[in-house]
Design a protein around this ligand. Structure first.
Ligand SMILES: NC(=O)c1ccc[n+]([C@@H]2O[C@H](COP(=O)([O-])OP(=O)(O)OC[C@H]3O[C@@H](n4cnc5c(N)ncnc54)[C@H](OP(=O)(O)O)[C@@H]3O)[C@@H](O)[C@H]2O)c1
Length: 336
């Protein structure tokens, strides 16, 4: 079997998870990785056993024959890094948040379409088997028409963690930090998926960190027909990570909606149903990125330049919604 040859860009915290997930994908392999720092690249090589590591992105792209690149550097670099790959004709899977803002997303999408090259936002949760099942249930009308969504994605970070330092990407405006682009994007994307449209009205509030990025924010999205999503993201506060979808004919609760393995369906006059959808776990017990990687491979095999499950127009709308939220808070990244 001819394997899809992957390069990785960005050798930080999330990179080993992608590398390990690839071991679960029969027709793919990571052949090289690149960082802006050769020390970081070598450390990643030692940790994973990967031999080909580079201290410059361009060097990896020039030397290696790659079918696809996974980009996992900080948000501020996503646009220029993805552009670099697309200009060389290499397919791209770029971590969330796709770019810093909608303007960058639009330019990247236009470039991929003009060059006829595959591009996708690595919204890995979309490809989780429980979320795939959830979409089937909604499409089948199991709870009627979705009318209300409540979802929170909050991780209270230890104030002594290095992630809380102002130069870390979470807190640093120069690296396009903040809870919205890091955590809130999952909730915004989830709402886009449930209601199949962008909100017609947005009301929000945010508590800012002293570095000028959002630390906790709450947002209400209104849609035509009095439908509504109430969402929260924070890296300061702890909340139950759960999504609750209320439809005209029932309710679906998604416990741990970031790593779901159960859907709880309640319908009037029927017993509550627990649907257990065991995800395919990694050897270390983690639920990983193998599902999104398989989707990239499927698209490449079928000659698709975007995934029907995570289309580029939807990614653009998600970036536009996040731009609108940041505009309400008067939050701009340097250079915007
Ligand atoms: N899907 C998920 O579950 C998940 C989870 C966490 C994060 N993410 C996403 O994955 C991406 C990376 O996250 P991470 O947690 O791996 O981040 P990280 O460890 O803080 O940094 C990742 C990489 O970003 C670049 N970077 C970070 N800080 C920098 C700085 N001060 N100056 C210059 N470059 C810097 C470096 O790239 P180089 O090595 O190339 O120099 C670094 O290796 C982000 O888009 C994030 O939102 C996804």
């Amino acid at each position: 079997m001819k394997k899809v040859r992957w390069g990785m860009i960005g050798c930080g915290a999330i990179a080993p998870k992608f590398f390990n997930s690839m071991k679960r994908v029969e027709d793919g392999e990571v052949v090289a990785a690149a960082s802006k720092s050769i020390l970081r690249a070598k450390r990643f090589g030692r940790k994973t056993g990967l031999e080909q590591v580079y201290g410059r992105y361009e060097e990896m792209l020039d030397r290696e024959k790659l079918d696809a690149v996974y980009i996992a550097n900080s948000h501020n670099f996503h646009f220029e890094t993805a552009k670099l790959c697309l200009e060389r004709g290499v397919s791209v899977l770029v971590e969330k948040s796709f770019t810093r803002n909608a303007k960058e997303a639009e330019a990247l999408i236009a470039l991929a379409r003009e060059k006829n090259i595959f591009l996708m936002e690595a919204m890995w949760t979309r490809f989780n088997p429980a979320i795939v099942k959830l979409r089937e249930l909604l499409a089948d009308g199991t709870i009627g028409e979705p009318e209300h969504l409540q979802a929170a994605f909050c991780i209270q970070m230890n104030p002594l963690s290095p992630k809380m330092l102002p130069w870390n990407r979470m807190y640093n405006p120069h690296l396009a930090g903040g809870a919205l682009l890091d955590l809130g994007v999952y909730a915004v994307s989830f709402a886009r998926m449930i209601f199949d449209q962008s909100p017609s009205r947005i009301s929000s509030s945010s508590k800012m960190a002293w570095t000028g990025v959002d630390a906790t924010s709450e947002y209400i999205f209104d849609y035509p027909g009095e439908k509504r999503a109430e969402l929260i993201s924070s890296f300061r506060e702890e909340r139950t990570c759960e999504a609750l979808i209320t439809g005209s004919d029932g309710i679906i609760r998604v416990p741990d909606f970031m790593h779901p393995s159960r859907l709880v369906v309640s319908r009037p006059g029927r017993a509550v149903e627990n649907l257990d959808i065991e995800p395919d776990r990694l050897n270390d017990g983690q639920r990983g990125f193998q599902h999104e990687i398989r989707e990239v491979h499927r698209c490449l095999t079928e000659g698709l330049i975007e995934s029907p499950s995570m289309p580029l127009d939807e990614t653009l709308e998600i970036m536009q919604t996040m731009d609108a939220l940041r505009a309400q808070w008067g939050m701009k990244y340097p250079g915007e």
